[in-house]
Design a binder for this molecule. Structure first.
Ligand code: ATP
Length: 204
């Protein structure tokens, strides 16, 4: 069994996330993709983020109807800082030795992985499927990072069309009063409106 693990803040989940998850599944023949919203991302300690429960709920709404997609609360329910290696090892243990885990990320995250806790263990033991993002050259990122270069056999750099959309852009668009229809799923828009997220009046 081949399982994609897609970690992220998902604040909020957007169509760029769904687009790369679907391509990871299709192009690498994954049996499923598990979205893992992070509770307390170590790299976003100084930023205000929406509650884990809300981000988890938005992920659940966004994937509804896709039989290959699942959402896991494994990080949301873990106390303290969330580390990707802990998540991967826990999921690996729960799926058994026959399961192969593929960590899905965008080009910006790829370059950051060497700075993560136990990065060596991540790249040595797990496959990484990376997707292009505007402004990031994945091949030169790998060339510049010794750790990635050493484990390039575990890296799968997918050369598909990059999409500009980011959660920052979505949050800013909502704050500015613009439409984000077609950038994020309709059910997520409804949730955001219902809970008055990202409007700038309150931060939840
Ligand atoms: P923010 O703008 O708040 O930093 P983000 O849009 O980058 O958020 P995250 O939840 O931080 O979203 O990202 C989760 C994962 O999805 C990361 O690996 C990130 O690189 C990837 N990702 C997000 N948007 C895209 C995109 N448009 N194309 C490719 N990868 C993406």
């Amino acid at each position: 069994m081949k399982i994609g693990i897609f970690g992220g803040t998902f604040d909020p989940i957007h169509n760029g996330h769904l687009y790369i998850a679907d391509n990871a599944r299709k192009l690498q023949n994954l049996d499923r993709v598990i979205f893992v919203p992070t509770a307390n991302p170590p790299h976003k300690q100084n930023k205000l983020i929406t509650t884990p429960a809300s981000r988890l709920e938005m992920c659940t709404l966004a994937i509804a109807g896709n039989e290959y997609f699942e959402v896991s609360d494994i990080e949301v329910n873990r106390p303290g800082l969330s580390y990707t290696i802990t998540t991967l090892n826990e999921l690996k243990a729960s799926y058994g030795t026959r399961a192969q885990l593929y960590f899905i990320c965008g080009a910006d995250m790829l370059g950051d992985i060497p700075n993560w806790y136990l990065a060596q263990e991540i790249v040595a033991n797990y496959h990484i499927i990376a997707f292009p993002r505007p402004g990031f050259d994945m091949k030169s990122i790998v060339q510049q990072q010794q750790l990635l270069k050493e484990h390039s056999n575990n890296l799968i750099l997918l050369d598909i069309m990059a999409v500009e959309i980011s959660a920052t852009l979505v949050r800013n668009s909502i704050k500015a009063g613009n439409s984000v229809k077609y950038l994020i799923p309709d059910q997520v828009i409804e949730y955001i409106q219902l809970h008055d997220l990202y409007s700038g009046r309150t931060r939840k």
